[in-house]
Write a protein that binds this ligand. Structure first.
Ligand SMILES: [Zn+2]
Length: 496
């Protein structure tokens, strides 16, 4: 059995290699025929080989023998007549996509899990065992399935009764491979290069009441609006700094298939905001480190403020930072963080981009995570109920990413997050404003940024030459408009 498996594997590898070669020379659509011809040529050579070794005279019927394989080709071809015609049918995927737009089919996205296989992905999608093997077999003709990386997205086209009609996937170099069921149980593989196109969409508008409402009215998708507010978090308070009459200019990227279907997530590329007080222009750029940030037209990134309440729900400040009278022991102790009371298992977020330096139980803190950030900052999170599963010491996390859940482990009287901010190894008040200062791109990165920004926005030169207000780290508390904000600010002073 083992030997047989190995034999089959070798056959399959050989087939994959051959098909790659066919693809290279552009005859992939005829691969079955070429395979067959090669096989018959081999058989023909093998059959005639003995005749070349023996004297010709003793075999007067050699010429007749030669005719036989030619006859065989015809015969085998006749047998293949009702085999599925395997050809790259570029229209098939288009048709599936059109049927999605007509509502006849639904489109589901599924990504390859870490350690998971394509078979398990198909199984989760409800594909029958027989079809699973056929799909995998068909895909294997085109790619080495072992080379598939976790996170690779597959598009599954399903009928209303949840039967998969087709599966497509965009592999590394933009090439699309797909397997489509043309008739019951017959799965046809094909490739189509460059089918998904990236489009940049620009939307300009004026704020009527709120930014997010007006932005969506102008055709900016909700997910992009959320990216705008996240990118300007700490610089602009969308509740108080934006007024009717302010204008916005947003460019985002979307991926569209040849059939006109939008896939994947939309990416924010540019934000322009003209408010009564300032003009902001921010360009998205992915630095060499792989992180995407927003930069002004001169290649300077905005400052990032630490979250003051890194919880994904409303929380109550149950104990502020600083001196306090111990409720039981009645003497003054120093509280090195803030206690944020919230229900058990409320998600806890990283207050800033950083790296995990500690993760585990730590005395009275209970389950504990410590993050290291740039600029001498660290943050710590205590009394957690649990950690996000895939995290460990050394994991990188982004600001706002969930790291664990509220609990009451360690010395704690009820579910709450004990949150500390440290600057140069000394705790500071988390409710004061802490900011990672802005950064200036330089050298080759700056050149790359400038050329990308120039091709993105027609007014780039103006943004760059114009009076660009300095990227602000601190947002001034707005006194006349926001009574709420002011009272908060006063509270901070008291609690310090
Ligand atoms: Zn505490």
């Amino acid at each position: 059995m083992k030997l047989q498996e190995r034999f089959q594997h070798t056959l399959r590898r050989g087939r994959a290699l051959r098909y790659k070669t066919y693809k290279k020379i552009g005859v992939a659509r005829h691969r079955k025929k070429i395979d067959l011809s090669l096989f018959l040529m081999f058989m023909f050579c093998a059959a005639t080989f003995p005749f070349f070794l023996t004297p010709k005279e003793s075999h007067p019927d050699v010429s007749e023998q030669k005719e036989v394989p030619a006859q065989a080709i015809e015969d085998v071809h006749a047998d293949l007549g009702d085999e599925p015609v395997i050809e790259p049918k570029q229209t098939s995927l288009d048709e599936l996509e059109k049927r999605v737009q007509l509502g006849e089919l639904t489109l589901n996205m599924a990504s390859l899990e870490k350690g998971g296989s394509l078979l398990s992905l198909l199984s989760n999608a409800g594909v029958s065992t027989g079809d699973r093997l056929k799909i995998v077999d068909a895909l294997e003709l085109m790619i080495d399935l072992k080379s598939l990386k976790p996170g690779l997205m597959f598009m599954l086209f399903k009928t209303p009764d949840h039967r998969v009609q087709g599966i497509s996937c965009q592999i590394h170099d933009g090439e699309i491979i797909a397997v489509i069921q043309e008739e019951e149980g017959q799965w046809t593989p094909f490739t189509a290069a460059g089918r998904i196109e990236t489009q940049s969409i620009r939307k300009i508008g004026t704020v009527e009441r709120t930014f997010s409402g007006s932005a969506q009215k102008a055709g900016i998708p909700e997910s992009v609006v959320a990216q705008v507010t996240a990118a300007l978090d700490g610089e602009i308070d969308f509740a108080t700094d934006i007024h009717p009459g302010d204008t916005f200019d947003v460019i985002f990227e979307t991926k569209v298939t040849a059939g006109g279907l939008e896939v994947g997530t939309k990416q924010l590329l540019f934000i322009g905001l003209k408010t009564q007080k300032k003009e902001i222009y921010r360009y998205a750029f992915t630095a060499a480190s792989g992180t995407t940030s927003f930069y002004d037209a001169r290649g300077r990134s905005g400052a990032k403020a630490f979250m003051k309440r890194p919880l994904k729900a409303r929380s109550r400040l149950s104990s502020p930072y600083g001196r306090r009278r111990h409720p039981i022991l009645m003497y003054e102790i120093f509280h090195h963080g803030v206690d944020l009371a919230a229900p058990t298992n409320t998600p806890i977020m990283a207050a800033m981009d950083g790296v995990i330096t500690q993760l585990g139980r730590k005395g009275g803190y209970g389950k504990y995570i410590r993050l290291r950030h740039t600029d001498g900052y660290q943050t710590a999170y205590g009394h957690m109920n649990g950690y996000r599963q895939d995290l460990k010491v050394g994991s990188k996390v982004k600001r706002g990413e969930v790291i664990g859940y509220v609990g009451s482990t360690g010395r704690s009287t009820g579910p709450h997050l004990h949150f500390e901010v440290l600057k140069n190894n000394k705790t500071v008040d988390p409710f004061r404003r802490h900011v990672i200062p802005s950064k200036q791109l330089s050298g080759f990165e700056l050149e790359q940024f400038l050329s990308a920004a120039e091709s993105l926005h027609p007014d780039f030169a103006q943004h760059r030459a114009g009076k660009i207000p300095p990227v602000q780290g601190l947002r001034p508390f707005q006194s006349p408009v926001s009574g709420k904000k002011e009272s908060k600010a006063v509270n901070h002073k008291k609690s310090r």
